[in-house]
Ligand binder design. Structure first.
Ligand code: CA
Length: 312
């Protein structure tokens, strides 16, 4: 069977790093590249973190592309100081992985995604796990090509409160204009919102084996541990696996046990919600994950990533 061709578009913080690890670890995925954006960190730090993670796992065959620097409603990137406590100053839990040997490719992330969409069509899976600015630029560039591919985003909160404020989830909040634009486009989007990612929690004890295996395992353990301890103030409460679940569900949508079909929009305050005027339309462009087989996800994720670390 042909491998699943996948691109991840990320603002490389801790859970992005764990999503990248999953894609690298899944032998049935052909990892076409990492496209980067701002969000948890600046786009340049996102490039750096992505390159360093690939080096750490000896996967210099995977290329990294630099994307948009800021959202559609401002002309510069602003980093919320609270992110230092969630993802660390460098986005990867203040773990020092040195300087990358490689650089981002010359072609920009948006061109890379659109080129792949034109080339691979329905065989392509793109997972957007940061603000949706690069996605918006892709739709502007070639809406027809973006209509044909498989798109999964991590973002929004439909039946629970947000994590940026009570209305909004961070990725949607960080570029509500682009988010509204892509939801209003003809692209079909699978949405992995907080409703499910808050049900997939990893405890530090779940991954403690990693730190004994080798240097890469220890580093990934420390990156994840920073987030769990700082975000949740307790190693054993567990940390939400936002971005890894989106990557997993792009490869295997059956991990989601309840997909709700609707047509979404985003309000000015960053709230993601179904549109009033499209409520009774038979055609639905969006599938929102409302429940997940958390046990199978957790077990499969840890098994795959542990095996990859051991095989380094
Ligand atoms: Ca992210």
């Amino acid at each position: 069977m042909a491998k699943t061709k996948m691109i991840i578009d990320c603002d490389t913080g801790v859970d992005d790093a764990l999503a990248i690890s999953y894609i690298l670890a899944n032998p049935d995925i052909e990892f076409l590249g990492i496209s980067t954006t701002f969000g948890n960190v600046s786009v340049d730090q996102s490039v750096k973190n992505s390159l360093l993670l690939l080096e750490m796992f000896h996967r210099e065959d995977v290329k990294v592309y630099r994307g948009m620097e800021h959202n559609w409603k401002s002309d510069s990137y602003y980093r919320d100081p609270r992110l230092d406590d969630i993802h660390g100053r460098n986005g990867i839990g203040n773990v020092d992985l040195g300087e990358p040997k490689r650089k981002a490719e010359d072609i920009c992330a948006v061109d890379f995604i659109v080129d792949c969409a034109r080339k691979y069509g329905e065989d392509l899976h793109v997972v957007f796990v940061g603000p949706l600015t690069n996605f918006g630029e892709c739709v502007k560039k070639d809406p027809e090509a973006m209509k044909r591919i498989n798109i999964t985003i991590m973002g929004g909160a439909l039946t629970v409160q947000g994590n940026r404020d009570i209305y909004s989830e961070a990725n949607i909040f960080d570029d509500p204009v682009a988010a509204k634009y892509v939801f209003g486009s003809e692209a079909h989007i699978n949405v992995i919102p907080l409703d499910v990612t808050l049900k997939t929690l990893f405890k530090v004890s779940d991954i403690k084996e990693w730190k004994e295996i080798n240097e890469a395992g220890k580093n990934l353990y420390e990156i994840a541990r920073f987030y769990y301890v700082n975000e949740y103030q307790d190693e054993e409460t567990g940390g939400a696996m936002h971005d890894p679940l989106a990557a997993f569900a792009s490869y295997d949508p059956s991990i989601i046990t309840n997909w709700f079909r609707c047509n979404l929009t985003v309000e000015e305050n960053g709230r993601m919600i179904g549109t009033f005027r499209e409520l009774n339309l038979p055609e639905k462009r969006h599938s929102v994950a409302l429940d997940v087989d958390a046990k199978r996800f957790t077990e499969t994720y840890i098994e795959l990533v542990t095996r990859m670390i051991k095989d380094l």
